[in-house]
Design a protein around this ligand. Structure first.
Ligand SMILES: Cc1cc2nc3c(=O)[nH]c(=O)nc-3n(C[C@H](O)[C@H](O)[C@H](O)COP(=O)(O)O)c2cc1C
Ligand SMILES: CC(C)CC(=O)C(=O)O
Length: 369
């Protein structure tokens, strides 16, 4: 682990890390990490939708003995309701990769969802930190391999399995194409070592890119019940964007739902996650926790997500930028700033406990119609 990590002066909030990271990363790495699908409409909408929500400031509330932000979530204790979203290939941002990230997350009392496509094996990350790890699973064309990978994550100490269901194909990645970034330039996905190559999307002129066999082995609902039987860990589905799919997820045995549009990286023109969260939370009606990601950059965003039905949130790009700039120190610092902002937002809306954060903190004036 390098000892040269330093937080640059003047970094006061998560967006400040983005500016510093842009100056450090290659054009291709920047396009992969910061980029989005097609025209980036969903990426921008994830943010603008938070900005369009106003809060009700409340005064003179009491903050007694049990005030705080601690959360017990599916057997994982978090100092505050924020997890690091699964992001592939942390070595693109920092030579110490996922180990640096996990150390930073643990220092801040948060947890890391390790990607199927990480550069570091879950066993090695677990050996380097006592902080909570969840494992994100991409269902592979080889289902026996997939089930073995889930079992491997459980043995390594992962406390939950997050099955990402919104990306049977990776989307129209024009930012990456323009920057000359190719998936081949990512390092080896160590968890997929030994997996026999599957079908590739292939489109000679006049033929179909996806419908001549590529999607035949794509994940489907039956896979969720099978996975449910393979692991004792809590199983969450990531990438749910409608109440109908949320309802089905609960019926198939999901222990949690992550409302996500993959940070606008897969299907452009999806709505913002914060726009669909209330309807999904209503459909789920407290049967399982509902988490959300996409566009969360400020403590007020965390508060808004909880007010609109989330139990916890995940952040993606911001911690990768902090990792690129200052390694584990950057990740811990970014999380610490987000927690401080969240606590201020709670205090100034009169919420002493997470349970106090309800829809009454959202200002329903004419501007929010
Ligand atoms: C560079 C990058 C790689 C990602 N890799 C994965 C992945 O391997 N698995 C996954 O489920 N989601 C992946 N995501 C999506 C994130 O988990 C998350 O949904 C998204 O980043 C949230 O939006 P935000 O970046 O605006 O916070 C990735 C996102 C980025 C930016
Ligand atoms: C390696 C990719 C499939 C990871 C991913 O989910 C993404 O880049 O958004």
């Amino acid at each position: 682990m390098s000892s040269a990590y330093a937080i640059p002066p003047g970094v006061t909030c998560l967006p400040d890390y983005e500016d510093h990271a842009r100056a450090l990363l290659s054009r291709a790495a920047w396009a992969y990490i910061a980029g989005a699908a097609a025209d980036g409409l969903t990426l921008r909408r994830n943010r603008s939708a938070y900005d369009a929500i106003s809060l009700n400031g409340r005064v003179l509330a009491a903050f007694g003995g049990d005030a705080g932000t601690r959360l017990d979530l599916l057997g994982t204790t978090l100092a505050f309701p924020v997890l690091l979203a699964p992001v592939a290939h942390h070595r693109l941002a920092c030579a110490d990769g996922e180990i640096a990230t996990a150390i930073g997350a643990a220092a801040a009392g948060s947890g890391l969802v390790v990607s199927t496509e990480s550069d570091t094996a879950i066993e090695d990350i677990a050996a380097a930190t006592a902080g909570p790890l969840w494992f994100q699973l991409y269902i592979q064309h080889d289902r026996a391999f997939t089930h073995a990978l889930a079992a491997r994550a459980e043995r390594a100490g992962a406390r939950a399995i997050v099955v990402t269901v919104d990306a049977p194909v990776s989307g129209v990645r024009n930012d990456e194409q323009r920057a000359g970034f190719t998936p081949g330039s990512l390092g080896e996905a160590v968890h997929l070592r030994g997996l026999k190559p599957g079908p590739v999307a292939h489109a000679p002129l006049g033929s179909s890119l996806l419908f001549d066999g590529f999607l035949a082995g794509a994940p489907r609902w039956e896979d969720i019940a099978r996975l449910r039987a393979v692991t004792r860990l809590p199983l969450l589905l990531k990438g749910i964007m409608t109440p109908e799919d949320a309802e089905r997820a609960v019926r198939e045995g999901a222990d949690g739902i992550i409302v996500s549009n993959h940070g606008g990286r897969v299907l452009d023109t999806l709505p913002a996650t914060i726009e669909v969260l209330p309807g999904i939370a209503r459909a789920v009606a407290g049967r399982v926790p509902v988490l959300v990601d996409g566009g969360i950059r400020r403590g007020t965003d965390v508060l808004k997500a909880l007010a609109l039905g989330a139990t916890a949130v995940l952040v993606g790009r911001p911690y990768v930028f902090a990792l690129a700039v200052a390694g584990p120190a950057g990740v811990a610092h970014a999380l610490h700033m987000l927690r401080a902002e969240f606590e201020m937002a709670m205090a100034l809306t009169g919420c002493a406990r997470l349970a106090d954060i309800g829809s009454n903190v959202i200002h329903r004036g004419p501007s929010c119609n």
